[in-house]
Design a protein around this ligand. Sequence first.
Ligand code: 5GP
Length: 327
Amino acid sequence: MTVATDILAEGKTKILRPGSQPDEVLVEFKDAATAFNGKKYAEIPGKGELNAQISTLLFELLGRHGVPTCFIGGGSNPAELVYKRLTMIPLEVVVRNYAYGSIVKRFGFDEGMSFRKPLVEFFHKTDDDPQITEDLILELHLVPTESILEAIKLMALQINELFLAYFAARGIRCADFKLEFGLDKNGNLLLGDELSPDNFRLRDSQTGAVLDKDVFRLDLADLAETYRTLLKRLKENTPAAPSEKQTYQAEVFVQSRKNILNPESKAILEGVHVLGYGSIQSLNAGKRFVLKVEAENLLEAEQQARKLAETVLSNPVIEDFELRIKR
Ligand code: 5GP
């Protein structure tokens, strides 16, 4: 039997205990359901197990597509998972495809309307989880570097593409979800937390039936029954919908590395000084490539554009590149 001293941390819906390896933790999903910042609470037998199993399916999906996550495998009971130990970043990263919940209240969108493109919002994990801007996240040092914040946003959008396609193939609309990220002992950014319907808004594409924690928040249906039906639908070997290619816009900026003499930049800087702009101390001329990439999802498009940038558009010995990509 596990003793209380084993507990590393306990939240509303999960208990963390040390794993068999120093860099692993055991995560027990509790049967508790909470809403409205803990004001609504119920014990729902079987919920922990269902959340662990649904999270497993979704972590495995992301793993198959190369998304780095904390997930290692199942634990010693069906409500337990084994995770890599992470230092969590105190942010809730919410991705929205359709307007539901707090964004409707905050900005008056019509409920259920589809956004032109997926939205990413950040909330600071404190007592009342206020919304926070990217500038404030950096000002408060909630992430170690700006590039980690950019990576979080890109990863959240890549994960969204995978979830949209996965749920759509099972007749489910993925309206929104919340992610949390952390850093492993080597400083690598990994997806953490859970991927259960507690963190998602999922609607049946045909009937609009609610398949997530809103059934508990709004007293719409039995939560365990809803999650059980969802798990069954996710497990069913539904043939994947024919994959549709999308077009993504990519920009690649190539510049010579710092401290590497670039004759073109030197010549322009000399000309600039001759023209009277003596205040310009340095100048690094670069190249910008604008690409249209056809791919099944953002992750695939990003991988193709990155490979091209690394191998063809830039010279890795003397140049760095920056890649921006969007749908
Ligand atoms: P909203 O901002 O509309 O309340 O939530 C957006 C999405 O993020 C929903 O799918 C919701 O379930 C999830 N989410 C936001 N905050 C939390 C939270 O504190 N806990 C959990 N489990 N999910 C959250």
